[in-house]
Design a protein around this ligand. Structure first.
Ligand SMILES: Nc1ncnc2c1ncn2[C@@H]1O[C@H](COP(=O)(O)OP(=O)(O)OP(=O)(O)O)[C@@H](O)[C@H]1O
Length: 204
């Protein structure tokens, strides 16, 4: 479902990672590991098509990918239900009722999203993944701000719903999600520096 071959990617014009190669079949996930700054976000953004690779290829079926970072992208004046309905409609879908329980949002359906706590907002941000129908997910630290119960809940949705229904996911996380999936340490793929540095305001 996802094929990555000899990928080389940059941030701020400076090569960060090179030679990244892996495959994911339907129902499989991969956890990205590595120290701060190794290039996990850069790789995820490149995989998702938000920036071009310097070299190599990324293949997955057209219009099946979605990228989510810890920036929530929540509309604060809308309720939880209205937020999910909005996102579902963008993708021409309706909200499955099961998504509220899956992300522990049942008691918060009518709350204005702006009044949610940080962790509740994060759960709403993640619930978006359950309404947009995208099969190939690129997730950057999805469980930031979540308590242990909510981390388990998210892992349960990932395993029992998303992967069980034939999705796949690449997840950068410093937190152990308790998922029985392979990890890829990016440290061996750090690119040889060939520039003095640079910055890219698009990322600031
Ligand atoms: N706007 C920018 N301009 C130039 N370099 C940047 C910019 N943003 C990040 N970098 C650098 O690019 C490299 C890769 O950053 P990236 O955010 O991909 O790492 P990461 O593995 O996701 O880190 P973390 O675990 O801290 O989230 C780092 O060395 C970082 O300092």
């Amino acid at each position: 479902m996802l094929q990555v071959r000899d990928l080389r990617c940059a941030r701020g014009g400076v090569p960060v990672l090179e030679g990244v190669t892996f495959d994911l079949n339907a129902g499989e996930a991969l956890i990205l590991r590595g120290p701060n700054g190794v290039g996990k976000t850069t790789l995820l953004r490149t995989l998702a098509g938000l920036q071009p690779p310097l070299d190599g290829t990324v293949d997955y079926p057209e219009a099946t990918g979605a990228y989510a970072s810890h920036a929530d992208g929540i509309k604060t004046a809308l309720t939880v239900t209205e937020n999910l309905t909005f996102w579902a409609q963008v993708y021409g879908l309706t909200v499955p009722d099961t998504v509220f329980a899956a992300f522990d949002l049942d008691g918060l359906r009518s709350r204005a999203a702006g009044t949610l706590s940080a962790g509740q907002k994060r759960r709403l941000g993640l619930a978006r993944l359950g309404v947009i129908g995208r099969k190939v997910l690129f997730l950057d630290e999805p469980t930031v701000s979540l308590d242990a119960f909510s981390v388990r809940n998210f892992a349960g949705w990932m395993r029992d719903v998303h992967l069980a229904q034939g999705g796949c996911a690449v997840i950068a996380t410093h937190i152990d999600l308790g998922l029985d999936v392979p990890t890829l340490d990016l440290t061996p793929f750090v690119a040889q520096a060939d520039a003095t540095g640079g910055s890219d305001e698009a990322f600031l």
